[in-house]
Write a protein that binds this ligand. Structure first.
Ligand code: GCU
Length: 635
């Protein structure tokens, strides 16, 4: 059944996705299994609030560096001896019949707790990029009725899924959710799930192989067997419009989706909106918001329990109601100008040995440093969609969010399957988080070189955002041109994409990647559009926690980083259209590009806190700046 607002994506998602075309033969399971996309797969919006069985916990795993579970030695389909997903007990089969041969035995292999990247699973896996197989068993719920969906919060990068030895489907992209209807594959008693996860990046993937962060391979977010009735609310988007109305777009899936009575309620408010789905199971309606509605703001992040009831099913979510818009160079939150006091952040918990495990506690610890430590009201979740645990926590703690897809540096702009991958990833991200009051900016790219192919690629993504969610602002982290002859640092925004964006966002590293004297930074000249808000989406300097240079002049010292912040903030304050900053970065993070043995040891050290949470001097420089900003009367 065609779904409402994303039919325009279908034709372009029909193409074969990037990963498959590069890494696997045409007949491998990574190319032949049905591909989960926003057009083909269940969305299960707000799945984390649905009934079901949490399948996180202990799984067996096994590496497959030569992908022998995918292709034989002449590239043909693997024969039985290599088919990791087979629904048999290998140890018993080998003991019973010596004509049998199996080069694996997932049921008796090593164990690891999921979610969590395999990079931290065992020392030899620290730098492993490639294919890993996982398996677990579970008892199916007794007296099953209704539908059962196997849902992954995220699995990096390409994933194939089998249940009870049967092929289920595949997904591409390491940072967004996907699900499969496995109702007909479940059996009474013991069931087994086998998945293959390949983290290898290729020139065609999104992101491409070279980035400045660790490629955490594996199942990095929750796995859940979600239960719903035969006909259920697959997606619902509930928000406050600029006209002060509560609007809903919902889509039912199932035999009774068409012409079904539906009801939207907001607990704690006199709001009860009734309607009926159309022939396609879609419902769209608006009604004036009750006067008693308390709008969501960072200072008072009010959330409401919202339900959409349809037949036997009740969809639930916790939603804040607010508006966000741009007027000239101002960003207006609930109609009032707002300054975004932010910081950038990678999805990596505070730990000496992070595994990209974002529990509510880990999310609260990270966002707490911003909210309570830095007096911030904004976080740039870079450079890819972070866990919904993080965006829900931002809703709860009152932090505005910049959400981004990993179209980063050198992407294969002219490769149609790379574009299809990026479009689907963007749509998965928006459809997952459209109900998050905290999310106010969708970013389509970071530091990408201007070219016709790139402009076309990114304009397609911007168009998708505007169609999928016209209620939020669109941006991208851009670079500027530097006038090398000028006496003072002189930068000009010459990127044509700036015209297509709501917010001009700039990454600048003058004084770190340039030989500029920090004292000269405040004299900088910025030639920028006067009618658009500016966000300095990145600036920063590395500092090894505990390394000090009394004269403050040595790079990698805390003193140099602190002075870099003082001078850059002084510079920023002189730019008339400045409406926000998200310096690079809250916490030191793993990056294979950073190998200075004295200061980096595999970490990018631009954090204001170390990987274990130690605050550096620059932390208080930014905290003081934000405390002052928060106290300042709005322009
Ligand atoms: C870039 C990039 C980041 C990177 C940072 C740095 O601007 O966007 O991903 O980590 O600079 O060089 O530290």
């Amino acid at each position: 059944m065609k779904r409402i607002d994303r039919a325009f994506l279908a034709p372009l998602l029909a193409g074969v996705f990037a990963f498959a075309t590069q890494a696997y033969g045409a007949d491998s399971v990574f190319t032949t299994l049905p591909l989960a996309t926003v057009e083909t797969a269940p969305l299960l919006v707000s799945a984390d609030m649905r009934d079901g069985m949490d399948l996180s916990g202990e799984w067996n795993w096994s590496i497959d560096p030569y992908r022998s579970g995918i292709a034989g030695f002449h590239g043909e389909a693997p024969n039985r001896t290599e088919q990791r997903w087979l629904d048999i007990d290998v140890r018993k089969a080998l003991a019973q019949d010596n004509r049998e041969l199996f080069e694996f035995d997932l049921d008796h292999d090593r164990k690891v707790r999921l979610p969590g990247s395999w990079l931290a699973a065992s020392p030899e896996m620290r730098h492993y990029q490639g294919l890993v197989w996982y398996r677990r068993h579970f008892d199916s719920p007794a007296g099953r009725k209704g539908r059962y969906f196997l849902r992954f919060g995220a699995s990096n990068y390409a994933t194939v899924v089998f249940v009870n030895g049967q092929p289920v489907g595949r997904h591409e992209g390491g940072f967004t959710p996907f699900a499969f209807d496995v109702t007909r594959l479940l059996r009474d008693g013991d069931n087994q799930i086998t998945i293959g996860v390949d983290s290898a990046a290729t020139a065609a993937t999104v992101p491409p192989p070279v980035t400045d962060w660790e490629n955490y391979g594996g199942v990095t977010r929750d796995v859940k067997l979600v239960h719903a009735s035969d006909t259920y609310v697959d997606s619902a988007w509930v928000r406050l419009t600029a006209e002060g109305k509560i609007a809903v777009d919902a889509h039912l899936d199932g035999p009774a989706a068409a012409n079904q009575p539906v009801q939207l309620k907001v607990a704690g408010l006199p709001f009860d909106l009734k309607g009926r789905t159309d022939a396609k199971g879609n419902w769209r309606a608006t009604a004036t918001a009750p006067r008693a509605l308390i709008r969501w703001t960072p200072e008072s992040p009010k959330l409401y329990d919202v339900t959409v009831a349809a037949g036997e099913d009740t969809w639930r979510d916790r939603i804040g109601f607010r508006t966000i818009e741009r007027r000239g160079a101002d960003i207006l939150l609930n109609g009032k100008p707002v300054f975004l006091r932010g910081i950038s952040m990678h999805e990596e918990e505070i730990s000496a040995n992070p595994a990209r495990v974002i529990t509510p506690e880990n999310a609260r610890a990270l966002l707490g440093e911003i909210r309570n430590g830095l007096h911030g009201n904004f976080v740039r979740l870079s450079h890819y969609p972070h866990s919904e645990v993080m965006t829900r926590m931002a809703d709860e703690m009152g932090l505005l969010v910049w959400s981004e897809v990993p179209v980063y540096w050198m992407v294969a702009w002219s490769n149609p399957s790379t574009l299809a991958t990026a479009r689907n990833m963007l749509a998965e991200n928006i459809l997952r988080d459209r109900n998050r009051a905290s999310v106010v900016i969708w970013s389509v790219a970071n530091e990408t070189p201007v070219s016709d192919a790139r402009n076309t690629f990114l304009r397609t993504l911007i168009g998708d955002v505007r169609r999928l969610d016209p209620s939020r602002l669109v941006s991208a982290a851009l670079l500027v041109e530097r006038d090398k002859a000028a006496a003072v640092p002189t930068m000009t925004m010459a990127d044509p994409l700036a015209d297509d964006l709501d917010i001009v966002s700039i990454n600048t590293y003058n004084g770190w990647y340039t030989p500029d004297r920090l004292a000269d930074l405040p004299k900088s000249v910025w030639n920028l559009p006067a009618d658009k808000p500016l966000i300095f989406s990145e600036f920063g300097a590395d500092a090894k926690a505990g390394f000090h240079s009394p004269d403050g002049m040595q790079k990698f010292s805390e003193e140099y980083q602190a002075e870099f912040y003082r001078k850059t903030l002084e510079m920023a304050d002189r730019v008339p259209t400045l409406r926000g900053i998200s310096p690079w970065i809250l916490k030191d993070f793993r990056s294979p590009r950073r190998q200075n043995p004295d200061f980096q040891m595999g970490f990018n050290r631009k954090g204001l806190i170390s990987e274990t949470g130690h605050r550096k001097q620059a932390f208080s420089v930014l905290a003081e700046y934000f405390a002052r900003k928060a106290g300042e009367p709005k322009k």
